[in-house]
Write a protein that binds this ligand. Structure first.
Ligand SMILES: Nc1ncnc2c1ncn2[C@@H]1O[C@H](COP(=O)(O)OP(=O)(O)OP(=O)(O)O)[C@@H](O)[C@H]1O
Ligand SMILES: [Mg+2]
Length: 381
């Protein structure tokens, strides 16, 4: 098959940022500003794995040239992992183009992508369907701070970000004065509304999910345990925990997969996860973050329809981690996602990749992809 891999590289996001400020207006950015960009290693690992499966691949940066690149190349399938940088609908950009060009693509549709990027809207829908999610308020302007009626502890998050952008150790606050200060700071830095959410102190899990219709499957749950974080750190998977304290040279030992939990709790988490997948209209694959409340009820923290897929074991990327625990190498994981999307589109896979289980691991150790990753190329219009 000819597969276009659409991505938002860190360099591409920097260019998007420069374009956004074409007027020459100075704009300082926070240290986490480009957190959601795909690294060259991830892009190369995906392209390498698909090539080794016998696919012809095209790498497409999700910039203003993407439409032309897709139109000219007309791939059989678009493997979409592009998250973009600006705008509430940035994750929908490639899916919208694909819809317009009638190209099949992996993952959720533009509506679901935009919805899940907006944590408040996501939570409103979950509430409508009586799925547990923490109480929250959305604050758009500092003038709303004084009428805030949530009691601490709370966590303050930018409305529409991922990769823990804007979620630092100081995002958990315990008193109203500190909360007001923090909200004002975050509104200023991230230039978007924030949500102030009841802090849930229970165990935390993330669930990788794939499939469609009756074939939706939850992969082995990943538990994130916080007692090994540095002294004084809040028990959250913050920006510091994700990107500063956890490095490939010194990976944090805070993940357990499969999560060591009894069947009852696993069943309750899976039920919330599957219902969330269904009511939000998720397709092909996703990762759903869960935290237990004081009554051990699994609450949905947020939903990631474009989960991170860093290739190396030491990257501690949770979707590949769960896939590995289910017996899939990095390459096998990609092959499975493509097979799921292809089946949904009614496309037959006539390459060596036909059997989506053929790349299942014999052992669970897979430092496979990313190691041989060569350079990727970028198509421009
Ligand atoms: N209401 C909450 N109660 C307790 N902890 C929370 C809550 N909301 C978020 N957290 C903590 O903050 C972390 C990051 O929050 P969240 O998952 O919303 O951010 P994100 O940037 O969208 O993450 P991702 O990297 O998965 O895209 C969570 O993994 C969890 O540890
Ligand atoms: Mg998360």
């Amino acid at each position: 098959m000819k597969i276009a891999v659409t991505f938002s590289s860190k360099a591409g996001l920097e260019a998007e940022h420069r374009n956004h400020h074409r007027s020459g207006e100075e704009c300082e950015v926070s240290a986490d500003f480009f957190a959601e960009g795909d690294s060259p290693e991830t892009i190369a690992a995906v392209l390498d794995a698909l090539q080794q499966q016998g696919h012809q691949t095209i790498g497409v940066e999700a910039d203003e040239h993407a439409a032309e690149a897709l139109r000219r190349n007309r791939p059989d399938l678009v493997f979409n992992m592009a998250e973009g940088l600006y705008g509430d609908f940035r994750e929908s950009y490639i899916p919208m183009l694909c819809e317009r060009l009638a190209l099949p693509y992996t993952g959720s549709d533009p509506l679901t992508l935009a919805l899940c990027l907006n944590k408040a809207r996501t939570k409103e829908i979950l509430r409508y369907y009586l799925l547990p999610t923490a109480d929250f308020r959305m604050i758009q302007h500092t003038s709303q701070i004084d009428s805030l009626d949530l009691e601490g502890p709370v966590i303050i998050k930018p409305l529409a970000e991922g990769s823990s952008k804007g979620i630092f150790n100081d995002s958990v606050v315990f008193d109203p004065i500190e909360a007001r200060q923090r909200i004002a700071e975050k509104l200023k830095i991230y230039r978007q509304p924030v949500i102030v959410e009841k802090f849930l102190g229970g165990r935390e899990f993330t669930a990788a999910v794939w499939g469609n219709g009756p074939e939706v499957t939850v992969l082995p749950l990943v538990e994130i345990c916080y007692h090994q974080l540095p002294m004084g750190a809040q028990p959250i998977y913050s920006y510091e925990a994700k990107w500063i304290w956890d490095t490939p040279n010194r990976p944090l030992e805070i993940f357990h997969c499969p999560a060591p939990i009894d069947e009852g709790l696993a069943g309750r988490i899976e039920s919330v996860v599957l219902n969330t997948y269904r009511v939000l209209g998720l397709r092909d694959w996703s990762r759903i973050d869960i935290r237990l409340d004081e009554n051990d009820i699994p609450n949905v923290l947020e939903v990631n329809p474009l989960p991170g897929i860093l290739p190396r074991l030491e990257d501690n990327s949770c979707f590949p981690k769960a896939a590995r625990a289910a017996g899939y190498s990095y390459s096998g994981m990609l092959q499975k996602i493509i097979a799921i999307a292809a089946r949904r589109h009614g496309i037959s896979l006539n390459t060596s990749a036909q059997d989506e289980n053929s790349d299942r691991l014999q052992s669970t150790d897979s430092r496979d992809a990313g190691q041989s990753a060569g350079s990727y190329f970028r198509i421009s219009g």
